[in-house]
Design a protein around this ligand. Structure first.
Ligand code: 2AM
Ligand code: CA
Ligand code: CA
Ligand code: CA
Length: 266
């Protein structure tokens, strides 16, 4: 199948703005909140409504495309052959529920394994990060600049969940504490999709996370790639974009330094 990149890009952009307006209008309505894997793993009726909105639009407009998404309205995707939409309807559900800001709609479109289009929409701020593979990344109408040539860890701001500095079964917390002491500052924003966009903007430099799903970062990865940022599996190889994987992302120097000295999986 021919992939009509520009048409798909414009259509998706209009869908994102349409459903974003619905979320803003309904932001103060009472929420129907459920939990998933644990008491802090939240899902609301809005997460489902937004995903269903995209699933219906995609199935009626592009019936031969497949959907990989969080809330159950997608397909059982086992390969990235053909066109695959990787969607997180609300990334940062905890922020959505508790803060009513700092959450995003994340939509990536892959064709034959290549991340062709990425959109991350900061709904309440009305800021759309968007990229087409090989054509640069944008924050609304402003093109994002390539990341700096060089970056030192000691002069970097790093994003990680502070849980990884405490006893945990996944990563060596002693090394992560060393990383925290080495960098200039640490931030946690609570939306992986937005955190990737902050890397692409160059306002933060490094990011580690150990349990992300493809829908959390696929769109952000397309955007980050366009400014010369790097994304790797925590063991240093490429990601599959099909499974839950531990990862490190950001400026190439920061990713390298992290992998070399601070990231040891258990
Ligand atoms: P979500 O809001 O779409 O669930 C928060 O630090 C980031 O981790 C968000 O991108 C969030 O996505 C994701 N996240 C939330 N709960 C998670 C869980 N139980 N396992 C893995 N990732 C999770
Ligand atoms: Ca979730
Ligand atoms: Ca998510
Ligand atoms: Ca989500």
């Amino acid at each position: 199948m021919i992939f009509q990149k520009e048409t798909v890009y414009q259509t998706t952009k209009s869908w994102i703005h349409e459903i974003g307006q619905v979320i803003r209008t309904e932001i103060d309505q009472p929420r129907d909140i459920d939990t998933k894997t644990n008491a802090n793993d939240l899902v609301t009726e809005m997460d489902k409504k937004v995903e269903q909105f995209f699933a219906e639009k995609i199935r009626s407009t592009y019936p031969d495309h497949q959907i990989l998404s969080e809330e159950g309205f997608g397909d059982n995707v086992t390969s990235l052959n053909g066109t695959t939409w990787i969607i997180d309807p609300i990334d940062g559900t905890m922020n959505f529920v508790h803060q009513k800001r700092n959450f995003a709609i994340s939509v990536a479109i892959f064709h034959d394994g290549i991340g062709e289009i990425g959109f991350v929409y900061d709904v309440m701020a009305d800021v759309l990060y968007a990229a087409k593979q090989g054509e640069g990344a944008y924050k609304n109408d402003e093109q994002l600049k390539p990341l700096d040539e060089k970056k030192q860890l000691t002069e970097s701001i790093y994003m990680l969940n502070t849980l990884w500095t405490t006893d945990n079964p996944i990563v060596d917390e002693v090394k992560i504490r060393e990383l925290v002491k080495t960098v200039r500052g640490v931030r946690t924003y609570g939306s992986a999709a937005l955190e990737f966009c902050y890397l692409a903007e160059g306002i933060v430099d490094g990011y580690v996370s150990f349990k992300l799903h493809p829908w959390d970062f696929a769109a952000g990865a397309v955007i980050l790639h366009e400014v010369g940022g790097v994304l790797k599996h925590a063991e240093g190889h490429a990601l599959s974009f099909l499974n839950q994987e531990p990862l490190v992302a950001g400026h190439k120097d920061i990713v390298e330094a992290t992998l070399e000295h601070y990231l040891v999986l258990k």
